[in-house]
Write a protein that binds this ligand. Sequence first.
Ligand code: 0WD
Length: 254
Amino acid sequence: NGLLAGKRGLIMGVANNRSIAWGIAKACADAGAEIALTYQGDAFRKRVEPLATELGAYIAGDCDVTDMDSVDAVFANIEAKWGKIDFLVHAIAFSDKDELDGRYIDTTRDNFLRSMDISVYSFTAVAQRAEKLMTDGGSMLTLTYYGAEKVMPHYNVMGVAKAALEASVRYLAVDVGGNGIRVNAISAGPIKTLAASGIGDFRYILKWNEYNAPLKKTVSIEEVGNSALYLLSHLSNGVTGEVHHVDAGYHVVG
Ligand code: 0WD
């Protein structure tokens, strides 16, 4: 469709071919964008390399967002290769699986801080670096979930982290708006990915959404990818600071 022809973007958070970031990367590549991907650790390198090849994407490096040197290295690689970027996608989150079950009140300080660091601060850290490369304006996008707005079973500390992430989207939107850079989030409905498999009773949550969402289905990574395309392209030039639900409409009933 050529919507992103001539555009270049960094997409962080592809773990495998079921990742939401992969759905977004494919949609962007189909729309004519040039893409850079990162992976986290050697275990994921094997999975991400063939995916990068499939899209003709550049691998910008091994990036653990708790290690600012690795984040800086990725942005240095991109600056050396492209000089500038037009969009950034952050699809990264983490919490100890043991605490995505049971009661929120039992969250430990260690896991609270780690969840906030990886799932919230990392977006601000990459936005800070991406801003410098968005010399012709740009679009930044992160992924959130309805558990930020309402209590969802077992989502616990991730719900608190996503609430903070959504607030970050608004603050960042103000900070960078003057430079023609937009910052938005997609609140995706539940999708069976590696990260989601850590959430207690996830199959039940999928079924619940399927029965109750207005569209009577769960969403696919392709559907999230297509909505991301709108937020990353000029079609949404008047949109920033927004949390856009791509959840088959669940948020109007849930
Ligand atoms: O139902 C779902 N799957 C939803 C996911 C509904 C709504 C939102 N989301 C969000 C997630 O919270 C996350 O922010 O979408 C984003 C992408 O998640 P995903 O596609 O569901 O999951 P996955 O394919 O596992 O990708 C997340 C990746 C990690 O995978 P693992 O499985 O290892 O947690 O985030 C990356 C990693 O590749 N990641 C990191 N990357 C760099 N540094 C780090 C880290 N420290 N930790 C996790």
